[in-house]
Each structure stands twice: as C-alpha cells, then as structure tokens.
Design a protein around this ligand. Structure first.
Ligand code: FA5
Length: 350
C-alpha cells in the first residue's frame, strides 16, 4: 500500500507539473482529486484496512494529499498569473500613442508676447538692455542724483561689487535705464519698447520683488502729448478691448516733464465706480485702474543721452506687465504674488 501511495504521488506531481494551461490543470484535478479520482479512491481504501495498519497508512496518505494540494494550488496561481499578465501586455500597435503631459508658456510670457506684437504694429521695436546696470543709467542720468530723496520710491537692491565710473551696480528697479542707453545708439527716430525684469524690496498683494515692466520711448522732432495720448489709446483698446478708456492724471517723475499717471477705465463697473447694487466697486478707485507712469522726456535726460533738446523732443512710458495683465477682462487675480507661486492648479487655467 505504501509503495502504491508513493507511486501515485509521483504520478500526480508529474501531471501537475506538466499541465501547461489552467484547463489542463483542471483535468488533472478531476482525474486525481475528483469524486472518483485515483487519490480519492486510495483515501477511501484506507478505511477498509485492518485497524492496526490504519493510523500509519492514513498518515502517509494524508501527507501525500496535503503535498499534492499545495503543488496544485501553486501551479494554478502560476498559470493564472501568466495568463493575466499576457492580457495586460497585449498591445494594439496600430492604436494612436498617448500624449505625454504638455506644459505651456507662463501667463506673463504670453502677456509679454502680446504687448510686443501690439507695439510692433505701430513701429516700436523690442530692444533688450541689462537687468543689472550702473547707477548712472538707473538713476543719475534720469535726473536723480545720488542721495536724491526721489530714489527712495524705487527701494533698490544694490550689488555687492566695486563701483565703476558710472557708479554702483544695481538690479534695475525699473526699465527706464533703457532710455539713455537707447539714446546713446544715436539712431533717429527712436521708437523702442523695452520689456525686462525689475527688482524692488517690496512684497504684498500688489507688489512682488521681481516683476516686469515695459518701457516705451519715442524721440523725434515735434513729439507731443497728442502722440502720447494716441499711443496709449491704441495700446489700451488693442490689449483690453475697444470699450476701455484712458485718462492722464498729473503726477511727478524726475525724468519726465510734464509727468502723468495713466489710468484705464475699470471693466468690472464699466467706469462708473459702482457695482450693480449701487455699492462701491471693489476692483477700482472711482471707476479707474492705475496702469503706470508716462510723460514727456525731461530735457536733462535727452542731454544725458547726447541729444539736443532744442531740436528733439520725446515721450516715455513705463508700466508693469503683471499689473497690466491682471486688469484684463474677467481675470480675477486678487493677489499679484499668485503669479509666481508656481501652483500648477492656478497656472493650468491660462
Ligand atoms: C516707474 O517705474 C517709472 N520708471 C515709470 C515711467 C517710465 C514713468 C517712463 C515715466 C516715464 P512706478 O514706480 O510707478 O514708475 O512703476 C510703474 C509700474 O510698475 C507700476 O504702475 C506697477 O504697474 C509696476 N510695479 C512697480 N513696482 C512693482 C512691484 N513691486 N511689483 C509689481 N509691479 C510693480
């Protein structure tokens, strides 16, 4: 009996091992483990053995049964696993590929491109000048001598570097450093648009320490405030839409005379300063949003750029790219710092 069990155990183990598919394994299971299977019959035969032999033979049969069941389960798991992984690996080589996630340009880059192209259509060429520049270009040549209190408004970062003939080096606090640099090229008429990074020691809901400005400069014979108005109106209508209006508000800059702050009519309240309920508009001050500064180039600045101010005159303007973009219709960004927090949920919307 013992030999018979051992021979059957080897036979079943071999059959299990040789089953190549789950169906073949099912057949092995039926043949040996089923109601009339060879192993089941042996187990039953143990009952008919003389009582003295039953415990020892029973033990051998049971241990053979446990061993074979575990082989069967292992093989089953292996064959089923193989089947499913083959299913998963199946590929339709004719199917179109899956596009990898694609980024897009930052909204400030979009704004810079749009601004560049609007000014391009009226003959303003985009130029680039250093974003780390000499004090002379950032302040002194703009009618702001050293220690002049007007400089305080620019809350400047100074470079830890030895001063040169043109003073200390600064991270440009505005793009107006490009005015004299452009004049030094000596080509007329000047119609430049300089868009660059600016740096100031400021950070709150309307200020960031690094931002962008776009500086326009037009120098020729007989340039007047009428040109300034025309350029402003053209830009505002092209960038914000045909219904938006501009106004010039008297102001003071050391490098322009006269100087203005430029306001754009508020889109949220249509310039009325009140919302539909007749309450004060939350977006603006009395119907107007401030866009930036402008004015007629001061004769001292023309002289610093080597231009005869009795022959030539000029206009200049400098506005913040981020703030200008935030004034666009329907763009409800109420904290300028959001633009640079790199929160993908915010950036994805543009
Ligand atoms: C100037 O910087 C002048 N250079 C503008 C100018 C140019 C006047 C040419 C006349 C002729 P102001 O400091 O106001 O001016 O800055 C202009 C604009 O830059 C502001 O209206 C605002 O839109 C933007 N700006 C200034 N500081 C910040 C800041 N910290 N964060 C974001 N935007 C700023």
């Amino acid at each position: 009996m013992k030999d018979k069990i051992k021979t059957l155990q080897r036979e079943i183990a071999k059959a299990i091992q040789e089953a190549r598919t789950p169906t073949a394994l099912d057949e092995v299971q039926n043949t040996y483990f089923g109601r009339k299977g060879k192993l089941t019959m042996i187990l039953r035969a143990v009952r008919d053995l003389p009582e003295k032999d039953r415990p020892s033979i029973g033990k051998i049969v049971n241990s053979a049964k446990l061993d074979l069941e575990s082989r069967l389960n292992e093989r089953k798991a292996m064959l089923e696993g193989q089947g499913s992984s083959l299913d998963e690996e199946w590929a339709d080589v004719t199917e179109p590929g899956i596009r990898p996630p694609e980024g897009h340009l930052h909204l400030v880059t979009h704004a810079i491109r749009e601004i560049t192209s609007i000014f391009d259509t009226i003959g303003f060429t985009r130029v680039r000048y250093p974003e780390v520049d000499w004090d002379w270009y950032a302040f002194e040549s703009l009618n702001m001598p050293a220690d002049h209190p007007a400089r305080d408004e620019w809350e400047t970062f100074f470079m830890d570097a030895p001063p040169g003939k043109k003073g200390k080096m600064v991270l440009t606090p505005h793009t107006s450093n490009s005015q004299v640099r452009e004049m030094e090229r000596g080509e007329f008429p000047i119609r430049m648009i300089d868009i660059a990074k600016c740096y100031r020691r400021q950070s709150d809901v309307t200020h960031v320490p690094m931002f962008h400005q776009f500086e326009g400069l037009y120098v020729d014979k007989d340039v007047s405030i009428a040109h300034l108005r025309g350029i402003l109106d053209y830009f505002v209508k092209a960038f914000f839409g045909p219904d938006r209006k501009t106004r010039l508000r008297p102001f003071h800059f050391r490098f322009t005379e006269p100087s203005f702050e430029i306001d754009v009519s508020c889109d949220a309240c249509g310039g009325s300063g009140k919302n539909e309920q007749g309450e004060k508009c939350r977006m603006c001050k009395r119907g107007w949003l401030e866009l930036g500064g402008a004015g007629m180039v001061h004769p001292n600045v023309l002289s610093a750029g080597g231009i005869d101010s009795t022959e030539y005159s000029g206009l200049a303007f400098g506005w913040g790219v981020e703030r200008t973009y935030m004034m666009k219709e329907g763009l409800k960004v109420d904290d300028i710092r959001t633009l640079y927090r790199n929160d993908i949920r915010f950036l994805k919307q543009f």
